[in-house]
Design a protein around this ligand. Structure first.
Ligand SMILES: [Zn+2]
Length: 259
């Protein structure tokens, strides 16, 4: 440190580190204020978010779980995700998990659901399949998530410009994909004719089918699982649908009642 240049570089480095640290903090606060009116995360140690615990999961409601997902998407869109310590989260969740929601979403690489909802290790159960269709195994997984593991909310999230929906509206056939796309056919039939083309070139039609598919999957969850239906009727869990916009990163949530 005797060399003046070395000393200068050392102080400059220290000042830069301080600026980055304080900048991160102030930018986080301003983003919370600017991007959403969601409450500050309760599961934090300092400014680092941590996975749900048995107690924090039990304290959540279907509504607070939805608020958490909405807040997470708002943080993602604003470019200010929560700070996480993944190695610490791995250790904290090794002996047990208490996720607050189960999310069914598409296989699409542009909709990595934990990232777009700003959720980390141990936060949510995630089921992903092309076209976010429902089958018995996914339904069983949801029953496990809610009845056994205490999740408070089921979310079904489709997305714009979905390749699986496009394949279904065009009647594509390919190996095992044919059977998967057949599960989307009822959604196509439920979208009323409006004189416009009903194929993948009409992106408005594709997105309408995606939304209808989410609605029908929500109905199927209620109809096909007596366990989940009872929990929904008792208010123990909630059920919400949503559409993710590939061009903005935003999830527009809606429930059965307000759609
Ligand atoms: Zn898709």
């Amino acid at each position: 440190m005797k060399n003046p240049l070395n000393r200068y570089l050392w102080f400059a480095g220290l000042a830069l580190a301080f600026a980055i640290a304080t900048g991160c903090q102030s930018s986080k606060n301003s983003s919370d204020a600017a991007c959403c009116s969601m409450p500050e995360p309760t599961r934090t140690v300092g400014i680092v978010a941590i996975p749900p615990t048995k107690e924090s999961q039990a304290a959540m409601t279907p509504q607070s779980a939805l608020t958490e997902l909405k807040g997470g998407n708002a943080r993602f869109v604003a470019g200010h995700p929560r700070i996480r310590n993944n190695p610490a989260d791995v250790k904290a969740t090794a002996s047990g998990q208490y996720p607050f929601a189960v999310v069914l979403s598409c296989l699409d690489s542009r909709q990595p659901i934990e990232i777009v909802l700003d959720q980390g290790i141990g936060d949510i159960f995630s089921a992903r399949v092309a076209g976010n269709v429902l089958n018995d195994d996914i339904l069983g997984s949801m029953e496990f998530a809610c009845k056994v593991s205490g999740a408070k909310l089921i979310a079904v999230i489709g997305h714009s410009n979905c390749g699986a929906i496009k394949g279904a509206v065009d009647g594509a056939e390919l190996g095992n994909l044919t059977g998967l796309l057949a599960k989307i056919k009822p959604a196509i039939e439920h979208v009323p004719a409006d004189g416009q083309p009903r194929n993948s070139k009409n992106l408005q039609f594709v997105d309408k089918v995606s939304e209808m598919n989410v609605q029908l999957v929500m109905q199927q969850i209620r109809e096909r699982s007596s366990i989940l239906r009872e929990m929904l009727d008792n208010g123990q869990i909630g059920l919400v649908g949503g559409m993710y916009d590939l061009s903005t990163g935003e999830v527009r949530f809606y429930s059965n009642s307000d759609k």
